[in-house]
Ligand binder design. Structure first.
Ligand code: NAD
Length: 427
């Protein structure tokens, strides 16, 4: 072994990029299916990656150039769909990897979309609101040839929000000469956004956790839950499960965790958007670190903050009986292998938090039909879609000796491969 070679599990896992993870998952799923190798090879690569330069006039009159990307992975099942992130670490490879992830997520939910991802290499906290608006409008213009309600429909992601989507939609519409609400999702409801969109990823985590608890014949009113990251996904998942009678014994934000073995009233703890710092500043509870929360002896652990928190370093100390992924990619592949060895089920992100893209699909349908759905209808239809997807994945899990993650990828790949097979290759 040379000095440069990785020596520990955590060093090994740091070497894997989003693309490598996405390709490895594709290969694991393909090994269980009789899929044409030509189709698998096609899915290892994006269809296209666009790189654009965005000139921005800063508030002080100077000009600065920013780089933006949009990766298209696969559109055999429908238009490309995926977020736009504004973050200094955005790069081409990450966009490609995340676009592949979106292909699997849309397919596991059986939505008529393929995967895309994009963003701008920028720290949005260093932009004024006016600068962010100008950057967004120019980015929309640069991407205009490759996006559209029937071709590629962006959505918010890290560093972007409903307001960003409103500017993006407006810029696109002004050049098209007509209002095109269906060009992006995650807009404010007043211009065609869907009710229930913001809470949908957390709600879907709650729905899937409820089904998984039922699958293992646990009683939800006897179930203890720890949630890392009491933000949009974490707080909504925790409140959903709290309403069903589960005991939410620990929650956290970036500054730390709070623990009460008797369970919190989750409506009493304010989430990150409501009051930043409220979780770690909560008085009536024991304080813990985020690392300690992940290792609590609970029935269900929901990592809902950031990626790569369950690693080769801590996976053997995790005491939860089940993990439901609220965040995208919280479990590294090394940790995944350890949980597999230890028989700890991990319900994967592409299923659990897919409520976001599912309600984005509802938003797109509402925009195309120029008809808004009531919140109750959004909730009902989300429940139906989540249960349908859960049942598809559960059937694969029951038939084969595999992990929940492999089961979800197999469902997704089977649908994508069948569509490729049915359409054939042009020309
Ligand atoms: P958010 O910003 O609303 O909340 C994030 C929470 O995590 C906050 O409580 C924050 O304090 C905490 N946090 C941040 N950094 C942390 C760290 N280093 N350690 C511990 N806690 C930390 O974000 P969100 O929208 O809830 O997203 C959370 C995760 O879910 C992300 O991985 C995101 O990609 C994923 N996700 C979000 C959506 C969505 O539409 N919001 C959809 C699918 C997946």
């Amino acid at each position: 072994m040379t000095a440069a070679e990785p020596t520990t599990e955590s060093e090994i896992e740091e070497e894997e990029s989003a693309v490598e993870t996405a390709r490895r998952q594709l290969e694991r799923a393909a090994a269980h299916l009789d899929v044409d190798e030509g189709i698998v090879e096609r899915l290892r690569h994006p269809t296209s990656v666009y790189r654009v330069t965005i000139p921005l006039e800063r508030d002080d009159g100077t000009r600065e150039m920013f780089t933006g990307y949009r990766a298209h992975h696969d559109s055999v099942r429908g238009p490309y769909k995926g977020g736009l992130r504004y973050h200094p670490a955005v790069n081409e490879e990450e966009c490609v990897g995340l676009s592949m992830w979106m292909t699997w997520k849309c397919a596991v939910m059986d939505l008529p979309f393929g995967g895309a991802k994009g963003g701008v290499v920028v720290d949005p906290k260093e932009l004024s609101s006016d600068e962010k608006e100008r950057l967004t409008r120019r980015f929309a213009e640069e991407l205009r040839p490759v996006i559209g309600p029937k071709t590629d429909i962006p959505a918010p992601d890290m560093g972007t929000d409903p307001k960003t989507m409103a500017w993006f939609m407006d810029a696109y519409s002004m050049q098209e000469g007509e209002t095109e609400p269906g060009v992006v999702t995650g807009k404010p409801p007043v211009i065609g956004g869907s009710y229930g969109r913001e809470k949908a990823p957390g709600r879907s985590v709650g729905i899937i956790t409820e089904e998984a608890i039922d699958y293992y014949d646990w009683d939800i009113t006897d179930t203890t839950v720890a949630v890392q990251g009491f933000g949009s996904v974490g707080a909504n998942a925790a409140r959903y499960l709290d309403d069903l009678g589960a005991s939410i014994v620990a929650v956290s934000d970036i500054d730390g965790a709070i623990y009460d073995p008797d369970g919190f009233d989750t409506n009493d703890v304010e989430d990150h958007d409501e009051t930043p710092g409220m979780v770690s500043g909560y008085a009536d509870a024991q304080s813990l670190s985020n690392e300690e929360l992940l290792e609590l002896d609970v029935d269900v652990l929901i990592p809902a903050a950031i990626g790569n928190v369950l690693t080769g370093e801590n996976a053997r100390r995790v005491q939860a009986d089940m993990i439901v992924e609220g965040a995208n990619g919280p479990t590294t592949s090394t940790a995944g292998q350890i949980f597999e060895e230890r028989d700890i089920p991990v319900i994967p992100d592409i299923l659990a938090n897919a409520g976001g893209v599912t309600v984005s699909y509802f938003e797109w349908l509402q925009d195309i039909n120029r008809r808004s759905w009531r919140l109750e209808r959004v909730h009902e239809e989300l429940q139906t879609e989540m249960l349908r997807a859960w049942e598809g994945v559960r059937d694969e899990y029951d038939t084969r000796d595999i992990t929940w993650r492999d089961a979800a990828y197999i469902v997704a790949l089977e649908r994508i491969a069948e569509a490729h097979d049915a359409r054939g290759l042009w020309p």
